[in-house]
Design a protein around this ligand. Structure first.
Ligand code: A3P
Length: 320
């Protein structure tokens, strides 16, 4: 029998191991093999020390805006397409390589400067935790979790506000309850609404790649009600100096219904929107949908001895 052609073997191999089709970038400052690939006369790239990983619609913009009020935090440069996000680890931009990634950040002003980025789709992207670990093994990861019902509904309202055709055509209830017979676009939309809120699955993936002391889990409700205490606490976790007191930086804005920065004001109209309450049928459906997933989250958080967010406890109390 003839030996198989190497091209056929390769094709079969990459079908079996699709994750290996793209490279896994590491830091030339740590990895001698990567250093060899790096051009000798080029200075080594500087990467962020903190990543706000999402998920979407949990208050990620508020968190990054508040972090930016600190004189020693510097976020990535604005992007004409992705605006405040980089999305390097979760998209084809990863193929641009680490030099491109480093170029997305401003130069550090001094030794105290802490570079960070926010990309809200990192949290649920299956390849991202491993890619981040390989390049930034010491990075601190911020994950915000709010009530997944609220998160899903906020996403729907976001689409509606952007005149997305699907959200004009279908109600929230029709999207979230799409079954196997529904058109594919509707099932895809359903996934976009519900998948990120299955927190236990995504968090477990981060925990496989990072020790718990590199993850900072934010209670999304607390970020809304008492952002100053969240921001005061996160400074300790990151180890930034000097520590500033965020009670002097933030104030509640009655008209907006949220805390806003005293100097730069409230977030834009796309964040903290006002819209009608979720209908009771959708609420009942989602409560049932997330019941076991939230139970898994309770178990996972207890296993790492992390306090449960207030919305998770409230949900448990209301179901007793
Ligand atoms: P809504 O606009 O649906 O109320 P993200 O920035 O991740 O897209 O999250 C948007 C959500 O952040 C908003 O959803 C809002 O509930 C929440 N949020 C938390 N703190 C906020 C603040 N200080 N100002 C505005 N929105 C805030």
């Amino acid at each position: 029998m003839l030996a198989p052609h190497p091209i056929d073997v390769a094709r079969e191999y990459f079908q079996l191991y699709p994750d290996e089709v793209s490279p896994l970038w590491s830091d030339p400052a740590r990895d001698p093999n990567m250093k060899e690939l790096w051009r000798v006369n080029k200075t080594l790239p500087v990467f962020p020390r903190v990543i706000i990983a999402g998920p979407q619609k949990t208050g990620t913009t508020a968190f990054m805006t508040f972090l930016n009020l600190h004189p020693n935090f510097e976020t990535s440069k604005p992007d004409p397409v992705l605006y405040e996000e980089v999305q390097f680890f979760s998209s084809n931009l990863y193929d641009n390589g680490i030099d491109w990634y480093a170029s997305r950040f401003p130069e550090r002003k001094n030794d105290q400067t802490v570079l960070f980025e926010k990309s809200a789709n990192y949290f649920s992207h299956h390849r991202t935790p491993k890619r981040v670990r390989e390049l930034l093994p010491d990075v601190k990861i911020i994950i915000i979790m709010n009530d997944p019902l609220r998160r899903a509904y906020s996403w729907y309202q976001h689409l509606k506000a952007h005149n997305d055709s699907l959200s004009q055509q279908y109600t929230f209830y029709q999207i979230i309850t799409a079954d196997d017979k529904a058109p594919e676009v509707l099932r895809l939309a359903q996934k976009r609404h519900l998948y990120d809120g299955i927190y236990a699955v995504h968090l477990a993936r981060w925990l496989l790649n990072f020790p718990t002391d590199q993850l900072y889990l934010v209670d999304g409700d607390k970020l809304i009600k008492d952002p100053a205490s969240v921001m005061n606490d996160v400074q300790k976790f990151i180890g930034v100096t000097p520590k500033i007191d965020y009670t002097t930086k933030l104030q509640f804005d009655a008209e907006k219904g949220f805390f806003c920065a005293k100097t730069t004001g409230c977030l834009g109209s796309g964040k903290g929107r006002s819209y009608e309450k979720m209908d009771s049928a959708s609420e009942a459906y989602l409560t049932e949908f997330y019941k076991n997933h939230n139970e898994d989250l309770r178990t996972l958080l207890s296993s790492i001895k992390h306090p449960h967010p207030s919305w998770l406890t409230a949900m448990q109390n209301s179901s007793i």
